[in-house]
Design a protein around this ligand. Structure first.
Ligand SMILES: *Cc1c(COP(=O)(O)O)cnc(C)c1O
Length: 420
């Protein structure tokens, strides 16, 4: 469900024609729909209404503080992975107690900052990290509430670059080794064990891997409790997929039922960390056609957005729907084209052999489903400034991140005095 629809022949974000946004902020630009963000968050949170559940939005999917604040006001906590994300979440108004600090490589400084802020939970991904957290916490006279992120060695059947729950992935602690580490953790002065965490990957379109992983985690909880650990929380991560093309991912209700099957009998509180599910289909990348380049065997549509603005197609072979902002009548003939960006890389391709109507230079296109892992992964490669983000609410819109200027971009460089 989203609010990007054609009206009177023109694609709108809610009640705003996208052409108006292009006039106001230029292209390329990310455009998000507030109603869509709200609908996705609500659908997910309501699916867990009957359970003791906290939804901690995975900030890495889209970390604009306006997006975080919107979700925080709806009751969301946050899952963060760095000092930057932690400070964004706090700055956007997420209560520290509803923040989970995850990630495989936290620094001493970041751990101290998280403890100082009073985050609700720190997820531990290795034994050396456990020792470091205990050290830092005891030096501060605190005990860190922790969950061990276990790696259940379950195949999430998703793209290899977003699968995280296999033994060969860097994430988590082998589930077989977890009981011994919990025993050690239980004796550490700076540690308070509160739960078990798991996150097996992203863009899962089937419930089976979730069910398999959660069952292994439930078994572990039984063992840990028998060994005297007070396991009261299960952090089940994120990963529920969204439709980009013709996938039919499980509904939040179906996913919640699987969670209930596991968590219900254990009487634990659950933490859920959806990211993509909330933001992916609430955003588009708005871009303009620069040229249509006819080759011998191919037609290239060159647009003003590049892989530095949206890296998913080249990084994950991701498929994004691409539609003209000016609607074509039903039955308009289409032909296969490659939609490519201006960046000097062969991988700077948004779509290959994509059936599209004849496109004109200067016209606007919307790259759909770009609200997650889009703007957050943008870079300035080829000295292309970071693109703006716009939030639409009904008939209003606001720039929630202005386009970086070339001056700002160049101003980051500093000449050493011997070259001045
Ligand atoms: C990336 C990540 C998430 C969010 O994943 P989505 O697929 O966007 O829902 C949640 N938890 C952890 C620990 C993550 O690394």
């Amino acid at each position: 469900m989203d609010h990007f629809n054609y009206r009177d022949g023109a694609l709108h974000a809610e009640d705003v024609p996208l052409s108006r946004i292009a006039e106001a902020v230029g292209t390329p630009a990310y455009v998000y729909s507030q109603s869509t963000l709200e609908a996705h968050y609500r659908a997910f949170a309501e699916a867990f209404a009957g359970q003791k559940a906290t939804v901690c939005y995975a900030v890495k999917a889209n970390s604009n503080q306006a997006v975080i604040r919107l979700l925080a006001r709806m009751g969301a906590g946050a899952d963060v992975l760095s000092e930057g994300e932690l400070r964004r979440a706090l700055g956007a108004g997420v209560p520290a107690a509803k923040i989970v600090f995850s990630g495989v490589g936290k620094s001493r400084h970041e751990i101290a900052l998280a403890l100082e802020a009073g985050v609700g939970q720190i997820n531990i991904e290795s034994e050396p990290e456990l020792a470091l957290i205990s050290d830092v916490a005891s030096a501060m006279g605190k005990r860190a509430a922790v969950a061990l992120r276990v790696n259940p060695d379950v195949d999430a059947h998703t793209h290899e670059k977003i699968t995280t729950g296999r033994k060969e992935n860097k994430f988590g602690i082998d589930i077989d080794r977890a009981p011994a580490i919990y025993d050690r953790a239980g004796k550490m002065p700076g540690i308070e064990v509160v739960g078990v965490a798991v996150h097996i990957g992203s863009q899962l379109t089937d419930l089976t891997p979730f069910r398999d992983a959660f069952a292994l985690v439930a078994e572990l909880v039984g063992r840990l409790r028998a060994a005297g650990h007070d396991i009261r929380r299960l952090d089940l991560g994120g990963g529920l997929g969204v439709p980009y093309q013709d996938e039919v991912p499980p509904s939040p209700a179906e996913y919640a039922a699987v969670v209930k099957d596991v968590a219900g009998p254990l009487g634990v509180e659950v933490v859920l960390e959806p990211g993509r599910l909330i933001t992916a289909n609430a955003g588009i990348l708005l871009t303009r056609v620069l040229f249509v380049k006819e080759g011998d065997s191919k037609t290239f549509v060159v647009v003003d957005a590049g892989m530095n603005d949206l890296i998913r197609p080249t990084l994950y072979d991701a498929w994004h729907r691409i539609v003209p902002v000016a609607e074509r009548p039903r039955g308009t003939p289409e032909r296969p084209v490659d939609v490519v960006g201006p960046v000097c890389e062969t991988g700077d391709i948004f779509a290959r052999d994509r059936a599209l109507p004849v496109l004109n230079s200067g016209e606007l296109l919307a790259v759909r489903s770009a609200g997650a892992y889009g703007a957050v992964m943008a870079s300035t490669y080829n000295s292309r400034p970071l693109l703006p983000e716009v939030l639409v609410k009904g008939a209003s819109f606001a720039v929630i991140r202005p386009r970086q200027t070339i001056e700002e971009l160049m101003g980051l460089d500093v000449m050493p005095d011997w070259l001045a």
